[in-house]
Design a protein around this ligand. Sequence first.
Ligand SMILES: NC(=O)c1ccc[n+]([C@@H]2O[C@H](COP(=O)([O-])OP(=O)(O)OC[C@H]3O[C@@H](n4cnc5c(N)ncnc54)[C@H](OP(=O)(O)O)[C@@H]3O)[C@@H](O)[C@H]2O)c1
Length: 295
Amino acid sequence: MTNDKPTLGIVGAGKAGSTLARLWSQKGYRVAAVNSRTPAHMHTLAKQVGGLAVTTALQVIEEADLTLLTVPDDVIVPLSQLVANGSDLNGKAIIHTSGSHGVSSLQALAERGAATGGLHPAFPFADIETSIARLPGATFALETEDAHLRSWLYDLVLALDGRVLDIPRGKKALYHAALTVASNYAVTLYALAENILLSLGAERSTAEHALNILVGATADNLRTKGIPDALTGALVRGDVGTVAAHIAALEPYDRSLATLYVELARLTLPLLEARGVALDAIDDVLGQHHENDST
Ligand SMILES: NC(=O)c1ccc[n+]([C@@H]2O[C@H](COP(=O)([O-])OP(=O)(O)OC[C@H]3O[C@@H](n4cnc5c(N)ncnc54)[C@H](OP(=O)(O)O)[C@@H]3O)[C@@H](O)[C@H]2O)c1
């Protein structure tokens, strides 16, 4: 490996691979080669970044200093084993961009001499064009024990005005669970709220407009005020009667949602405490739901 900017290789011309390859190419990194399962996808990206379209992942690795395996999570281990079989990978660096896989998923490649790592953009790649516009500035979780590869990955993140979050070995799944709670389950909660509004007869567009403004303002409050000050609503006002009315309204609508509401309220108690809210009356109201549960 050299100290200069590494040449890059992409295996998997999907959302993450195409976005990253195009952004780094714009920042002066040379994307030497691209491989993907669908030839049309491979050729499109290769043309966009001026790299070679090659027919195997091993050819990408041969052409590039640093190869990104931007394939589905379940493909990472079998693809690594396939590539590693009989290959000499000394002097090559190979990473994946999975949030849940640790660097150990590339063990077969490490055994053939490759420096291995993980670089996970904490960013939702909904589609390539939107991601190219919005990814710069994102945080990347970095996992590698190779100092040289680490410095390459730092530089790649900095080239996108990003930040690095170092993940201790073996802790990748816990890190990824945190992002899932914040991002994926925010979507779940939104969908649950939307269903309630639809059940009240709202048009979908009306329900979504209402929730989009609410959720957008909440995200802004989190950005500008942080935790616990971004918290608004009945709990933080100490409006126990309103909380009791919510639970009473949810119980006949959907008992499991009422239980979820109570559990989320319980998980909010440390934030209320930090805001100096008295908890006794809130505890009582939340406890009543569980008492009703067991009758
Ligand atoms: N989506 C996100 O929000 C996100 C965020 C952070 C990290 N990631 C990670 O990034 C990685 C890729 O995710 P993605 O969302 O970009 O998935 P994706 O859009 O489905 O792209 C995956 C690509 O891998 C290609 N592929 C599948 N099997 C292959 C094989 N055996 N050899 C070569 N290429 C193969 C597919 O090829 P064709 O298109 O050519 O058929 C596809 O383009 C995953 O590890 C994921 O966890 C995703």
